[in-house]
Structures are given as C-alpha cells and as structure tokens.
Design a protein. Structure first.
Length: 110
DNA sequence: TACTTGACATATA
DNA sequence: ATATATGCCAAGT
C-alpha cells in the first residue's frame, strides 16, 4: 500500500489520547496537521482499524460527542460504547459524551 | 483511467 | 436555534 504517512500521523495523535478521554475528528485532524480534513481522519481510522492494530479509535468521536454508528464497522456500535464506559467515560442519556469533561484538551491553551 | 463513496466539520439560510 | 449545502483527500470499484 502507499506509504500514506498521513494515516500514520492520525495514528500518532489518536494514540496520544489519554484513557478516559475522547477527541473529535476535527480536533484530531487539526492536531495531525490537517485542519479541515476531518472526514479523512475518520475514514483513515476505519481503514487503519485492523484487528491486529491496537488503535484506540474508540476514543475518537464526532463533533456531537456521539459515536458514529456504522454497520460496516469491524465490531458493533455498542462495542465502542462499552469500551469507553470501561475507560471511565460517561454517556449521556442520549448516548452523547460530555465533551466539556471528557473532551481531550491537548497542550493548547485557549 | 475516471467516477463515487466515505467513522465529519463548518458556513450559510 | 435547526436545517441545508458545500468542502477536503484518499481509497475503492
């Protein structure tokens, strides 16, 4: 496959997300050095989410703080929710995460 | 080789 | 405030 180091950067950023916290695609994309390429971030994770790759893709959610439900995904939607709950992330009654608390904030000061 | 789809985000109406 | 429309890059078909 093409040496899409692009994916590698996404991988790095996602791997930097501390346990019990989540980051949005836009945030990851920006940190990865690709502002605006949020779509590719999510899709990149999807392709990079190999059963052999221990990528914490589960900590990456959309801007709504919700998990993206995808029938095509490797596991199932509830799997991600369970994994996050196991890390200490609390889900709202609407299945949304409180980004005010669990939103990963890098060394970026307002 | 060309076209379409894709784990979203942001701007505008 | 919500809904609709557009934009970005790469991989898949």
């Amino acid at each position: 496959m093409a040496p899409s180091e692009y994916y590698q950067h996404i991988f790095e950023v996602v791997s930097q997300i501390p346990t019990g916290k989540v980051a949005t695609y836009g945030q990851v994309a920006r940190l990865a050095g690709y502002p605006g390429h949020a779509r590719q971030v999510g899709y990149a994770l999807f392709r990079l989410a190999d059963p052999a790759s221990t990528v914490p893709w589960q900590r990456v959610v959309n801007a709504k703080g919700q998990i993206s439900y995808s029938p095509r995904r490797y596991g199932s939607d509830e799997l991600q929710r369970v994994l996050l709950e196991a890390e200490g992330v609390i889900f709202d009654t609407q299945g949304a995460i409180d980004l005010q608390r669990f939103g990963w904030q890098p060394d970026k000061i307002s």
